[in-house]
Design a protein around this ligand. Structure first.
Ligand SMILES: [Zn+2]
Length: 385
């Protein structure tokens, strides 16, 4: 495991200080709170009602099998949208100044079968600090050995085809989250450099209680209520998670695994030679910043630059502050990496999968053998001749 990582202080720190001052001034001038406004609470109500409504429609047992499956796919997509728009903000504490309200809304994460306590450690603490750093940011480890998203990971023969199958694995990630990932992370002794052995006792209860409640609501109750065979129910459950996982996975990957982004490695002393905010700008990208629909559905996860700099600001304000961040970045010569549309970001991610897979494998095969470095081999031939 790699050593403790720190960021070199004093280098280009004026960029973040200036951006923060300007963003604070924006809220002051407009007399706005940086937390949720009326539009944001309406959006939260829309997604929660949609999710519960779809669940109730499925349990009403009124529809044909095909329509039930369609509703299950929609339910999965709404699950992902709740993750982006409701739980994510609440778990960062950006919805409200009241930590009780944030905690209460965070419980929406249980509706997706996920655990907010584990997320706060892996996402808020680790991913937001050590973005795209090998051995620290576990977001780079989607399917170890199968999908290579990290240039510092060893490339293998399977990776040659990852630009074809990675999307299916993103889809399966949600099932794995519900059935495996939270337990694994909870009981893992270290996550990145975080000592993960000291959980509050109530979190042991929450982990098992809410997982079981989720299995009851999404497997046992439908089995008792619906006129379905067990395997039909499992197909529906699987499809729901495939949809949830694909939407979650795609939106997550388009923020950190697209072209022009960096994967900085700490030096021998464990230091990243940039200030933390500059590191965030080098490892994070936006997409479709001007699209009202994408902003509505992705809950600010399409504006991860602003989110990584200001995770405590509610995402409803990101379109407005993104202009300030971009202008300041250009002024300080700091990268502001964005794709104009979801489609262009997706294409860029696809090219990155190919680059980190098939192209990296081909380059490795073309390299001279490592046990006899090229220059040494030439010397040997010369002396023997
Ligand atoms: Zn976040």
């Amino acid at each position: 495991m790699s050593k403790k990582v720190k960021f070199a202080p004093g280098k280009r720190t004026e960029f973040f200080a200036t951006t923060r001052k300007r963003v604070d001034a924006y809220f002051e001038e407009k007399n706005l709170s940086s937390h949720a406004n009326g539009a944001m609470w309406a959006k939260i109500a829309f997604f929660l009602t949609g999710f519960v409504g779809l669940y109730a429609l499925i349990l009403s047992n009124q529809f044909s099998l095909l329509i039930q499956l369609g509703l299950a796919v929609l339910l999965g997509m709404f699950g992902a949208f709740i993750g982006f728009n409701v739980s994510h903000d609440a778990m960062h504490g950006s919805l409200s100044a009241s930590s009780r309200i944030n905690r209460l809304v965070s419980t929406s994460f249980y509706m997706l079968g996920a655990n907010p306590y584990v997320w706060r450690i892996t996402h808020n603490l680790i991913h937001h600090t050590y973005t795209n750093i090998h051995g620290h940011d576990e977001d780079l480890e989607v399917a170890p050995g199968l999908v290579r998203l990290d240039p510092d990971e060893k490339v293998n023969r399977m990776h040659r085809y990852q630009h074809w199958y990675a999307f299916l694995l993103y889809g399966l990630a949600s099932l794995s989250w519900v059935l495996r990932k939270d337990y694994k992370k909870f009981f893992q002794e270290k996550i990145g450099q975080h000592d993960n052995t000291n959980h509050p006792r109530k979190e042991y209860f929450n982990l098992f209680f809410y997982k079981i409640l989720y299995y009851v609501c999404f497997l046992v109750v439908p089995f008792l209520v619906l006129d379905l065979r067990w395997w039909q129910l499992l197909v529906g459950f699987g499809l729901m998670h495939l949809a949830q996982g694909l939407v979650l996975g795609l939106v997550f990957q388009l923020a950190h695994i697209v072209e022009d982004l960096d994967f900085p490695a700490p030096d021998a002393q464990g230091t990243i030679q940039e200030a933390w905010a500059i590191h965030q700008m080098q490892t994070t990208a936006n997409f479709a910043r001007k699209s009202g629909l994408v902003n509505f559905l992705c809950g600010g996860l399409n504006m991860q630059i602003e989110h990584h700099l200001f995770p405590k600001v509610c995402h409803i304000h990101y379109p407005a502050i993104s202009n300030i961040v971009k202008e300041t970045a250009l002024e300080f010569g700091v990268p502001y990496i964005e794709q104009p549309t979801f489609g262009s970001a997706l294409q860029s991610h696809y090219r990155m999968l190919r680059k980190l897979g098939a192209e990296a494998y081909a380059a490795q095969q073309a390299e001279p053998r490592r046990d006899v470095p090229g220059s040494v081999a030439v010397e040997l031939v010369r002396s023997e001749g």
